[in-house]
Design a protein around this ligand. Structure first.
Ligand code: BEZ
Length: 240
């Protein structure tokens, strides 16, 4: 059998709404039992292609610099690449000692970085995309909620560094949707109007369109918004 005739291996990955696949792993901050150790908190589990690579380095500096901001929204960070612990440690030390990016320097990465030389976790989460690279993980992002459920999945290719403001925006949007039973429209940021869940009955549609529902503005029965001030959002989702 030639390589081309070999059956394509079945690749698994969690989907939005699935429980986050569990694993134990060695990390730069000690062993973790995932997601059990993180229940009660939001987590961003993300993969990067390799240690000692420039795009990944810029991402780690940015993520580490925003770590307190994510923590303010009850969100922990966990990184992964198909490299060993000693490589991770050496790379993170080099970042702190030598590398600056966009004015961020002397940055210490204190969130865990998983040793996944066996690719066990990367395969479980569908982080290896053989068309892109058979041994390096792509830039995958899994946002996992306090119950251990996958709530958002975002993938970037090897060549494109992530937008970390967008990742924080997604966390705030998910938390706002949960806290206020609303949805958030395109490019939403705290302070923007939110989407009221669609009318589930003809009666509700009718009363919304007749303007009976105080504070809800409907352009049509299915497109209704309400104001949600940023301070109200922050009071509910931001830790004091
Ligand atoms: C990087 O992080 O710089 C990188 C890693 C793999 C492929 C291309 C770029």
């Amino acid at each position: 059998m030639t390589v081309n005739e070999m059956p394509t291996p079945v690749v698994t990955m969690p989907r939005i709404g699935d429980p986050a696949p569990s694993f134990t792993a060695a990390t730069t901050q000690g062993d973790i039992n995932f997601p059990a150790d993180y229940l009660g908190r939001w987590v961003i589990l993300f993969s990067h292609p390799a240690d000692f690579t420039p795009v990944c380095t810029s991402e780690f500096i940015t993520f580490a610099s925003m770590q307190d901001e994510f923590a303010a929204y009850n969100t922990d960070l966990v990184g992964l690449s198909v490299d060993g612990l000693y490589s991770h440690i050496a790379w993170l030390r080099t970042i702190k000692e030598k590398i600056s990016y966009k004015g961020m320097r002397d940055v210490e990465v204190t969130f865990p970085l998983i040793d996944d030389v066996t690719m066990e976790v990367a395969r479980k989460y569908g982080m290896i995309m053989p068309g892109e690279d058979t041994t390096k993980a792509v830039r995958a992002v899994f946002v996992i909620d306090p119950e251990g459920v996958v709530r958002t999945i975002i993938y970037y290719p090897l060549s494109t560094g992530r937008n970390f403001d967008e990742l924080l925006r997604v966390v705030k949007a998910l938390q706002t949707a949960d806290a206020f039973d609303v949805a958030t429209p395109a490019d939403w940021r705290p302070g923007d109007a939110v989407i009221v869940p669609p009318a589930g009955s003809c009666g509700t549609a009718q009363s919304r369109m007749s303007g009976d529902v105080v504070g809800v503005e409907c352009q049509d029965w299915f497109f209704c918004t309400r104001e949600l001030p940023a301070d109200e959002v922050e009071a509910r989702i931001r830790r004091r």
